[in-house]
Design a protein around this ligand. Sequence first.
Ligand code: HSE
Length: 291
Amino acid sequence: MRTARAPATSANLGSGFDVFGIALSRPADVVRVERADRTTIEVTGAGSQFIPEDPEKNTVGAVAEALDAPAHIQIDKGIRPASGLGSSAASAAAAAVALNDLYDRGKSRKELVPIAAKGEAVVSGDAHDDNVAPAILGGFTIATPDGVTQIDTDISIVVTLPEIVVSTRDARKVVPTETTVEKLVETVGNAATLTAGMYRDDPALVGRGMEDDVVTPARAKLIDGYDAVRDAALAAGATGVTISGAGPAVLAVTRSRDQRSVANAMLDTFDARGIDARAYQTRIGNGTRLY
Ligand code: HSE
């Protein structure tokens, strides 16, 4: 028997669509695996009623198959599905790390990233490494088809999760298929600024580098209150605000001292619009931990 805890993650960070990701110190999923002749899955916790236990339809089923590691897999969800916080990626990452150890498969953490991404493809229809990479490796990750670059960093984050459901499939349908050279130049500049900010543990640079005028404005329309919540967070001291992954979670980068006031400002703004939401005052943190 093995147990692994994999963190929530936030993909994109505005300017790094389908490339950037960060691990959050909380919330997290916990996965327990036990050797068995065939794979069976049991899901409890946040939003578990919406998650299929059929191994053909659950992210961890594909991971067990890829590692040739049949097991009874218990998933305790701390991360609600369809939140924009890498819920399915966390389960896939925890299962990959736990099964690799249980069956002595000898894969490195980096080798487990594409294996966990196979699980992601089961739910989103596409294999993205931008959530599974930080879920496994921790810190800030740059995931490209050529591989993953990881940077340890320490930045305060506030994530607010409204009681709205946005499916990744729907959020991908609104992504523009073309852009201008001006916006390309702006995006490259912002992505580079953000990366420098991660190296320097500098929330001002990271926040500025999250600016994105291509994907985020199109997706913001799917999140009731997004513009008002962003403005409230910035007024309360956030250095940058964007959509977390495909949404509906909204992510703010802050200095540590402003974390609480940013969280309150975002929650109050959702509340004023009659939308229930919860806030996580968190940090960029570690990847999957094996017990
Ligand atoms: N980069 C992906 C998206 C993350 O924003 O659609 C969700 O899988």
